[in-house]
Design a protein around this ligand. Structure first.
Ligand SMILES: *Cc1c(COP(=O)(O)O)cnc(C)c1O
Length: 364
């Protein structure tokens, strides 16, 4: 029996949908550019197939979070620019230069060391306009502006900052960060500027600058929670029904006896659990689809199993060959994330390694 036939849970990634999303965002951004964020194994979807698909769409600029991720991507693609958000820590400078990776320098010390140890290698600067997370705070930008020799010998590729509330368009923080980003970058040498992530692209052209850095929307996550999702669905997750039981007297279901089946009902057990990234917070809150019918997850999520209430589903649809839709056309990543009390990003980056993975489409 081939592994695909004995798979208990299937994860399908649609490379054509990734290509479509890349093009859609690219159009929306024109004349600004689109740089693809492929950190965390391309948000859990697989660095190699995703990066090759995007390169096939003409993407020449990528971002990752760490030096190791940059080295892995460089091994796949030799002719692209790769930025590393987390910056170059002391001792990493020569590795950045050797692998032709562009660090996002986050403080004055990193700038000092990088221009000394990797002269003329390209670097970006991250400016903190209100996240208080990474990057040069405004006082350090002003110091750089006042003492331009601090940048001497640095080959400055770009200046960027990250929005805290881009997924909430009316939030006043967006305009505040935009204003501060303009003010601070005007004091530094002219180079490419970037402010928007996926959601930031939809805040309007004044947020586009020279390029946007998008991850989530390329992978199908809705960039604007309050609007219908314009992105194509990339991820499909299915779990196989392992067992079905009829209950005719009150009985509790699963660990902790947190669910009580009260009357006559039918319960199906599906082969997916928190070890697969089906988050434990989905216990008694999640749902999935059997055919086109939505059914609730009942009881807690186990490591390898979930239980669902299939009382309303005709028995002939509940054979051991039945795969239920956990994420798919009926149930988006965002819908599952909302049930779990989280965001699509966490669903994607939590995907486990036990699924039978299948890439469909040619990435065109
Ligand atoms: C992850 C990340 C992005 C991409 O954000 P999305 O919301 O996934 O588009 C952009 N910029 C920085 C600094 C990041 O850390």
């Amino acid at each position: 029996m081939p592994p695909s036939d004995r798979a208990h849970a299937r994860l399908t990634i649609d490379l054509d949908a990734i290509a479509t999303n890349y093009r859609l965002l690219g159009k929306r951004l024109e004349p600004a550019g689109l740089h693809a964020v492929v950190k965390a194994d391309a948000y859990g979807l697989g660095l190699e197939p995703v990066a090759r698909t995007l390169r096939g769409q003409g993407c020449r600029h990528f971002f990752v979070a760490t030096l190791d991720e940059g080295i892995a991507l460089r091994a796949l693609l030799s002719d692209v620019e790769i930025g590393v958000f987390n910056g170059a820590l002391a001792g990493e400078e020569t590795a950045f230069a050797a692998h032709r990776l562009t660090p996002c320098l986050n403080d004055l010390g990193q700038i000092e060391r990088f221009r000394a140890l990797a002269p003329s290698a390209p670097a970006g600067l991250q400016i903190d306009t209100g996240m208080a997370r990474l990057g040069l705070p405004p006082q350090e930008v002003e110091r750089l502006a006042a003492e331009p020799q601090r940048l001497a010998g640095l080959s400055l590729s770009f200046l960027f900052s990250h929005l805290a509330c881009a997924d909430t368009p009316p939030h006043p923080k967006n305009a505040e960060q935009l204003r501060l980003f303009r003010t601070l970058t005007q004091q530094l040498p002219a180079t490419q500027r970037s402010l928007a992530n996926s959601s930031g692209i939809f805040l309007g052209p004044e947020y586009h600058f020279d390029f946007a850095r998008a991850g989530a929307a390329i992978y199908g996550v809705n960039p604007q929670a309050s609007h219908p999702n314009p992105m194509a669905q990339v991820l499909h997750l299915k779990g196989r029904i392992l067992q079905v039981r009829d209950v005719d007297s009150p009985q509790t279901v699963g660990y902790g006896a947190t669910y009580r089946a009260s009357g006559v009902s039918r319960i199906a057990t599906v082969a997916v659990g928190y070890a697969d990234g089906y988050l434990r917070t989905l216990g008694n809150r999640g749902s999935c689809f059997v055919g086109d019918r939505q059914v609730p997850v009942i009881g807690r999520i186990s490591m390898d199993l979930i239980t669902i209430d299939v009382t309303e589903i005709p028995p002939q649809q509940l054979t051991p060959d039945t795969f239920v839709e956990l994420v798919g056309p009926n149930h988006s990543v965002d819908a599952l994330a909302a049930e779990a009390g989280t965001i699509g990003y966490e669903i994607l980056t939590s995907l486990g390694h036990r699924y039978h993975r299948n890439y469909i489409g040619k990435g065109s």
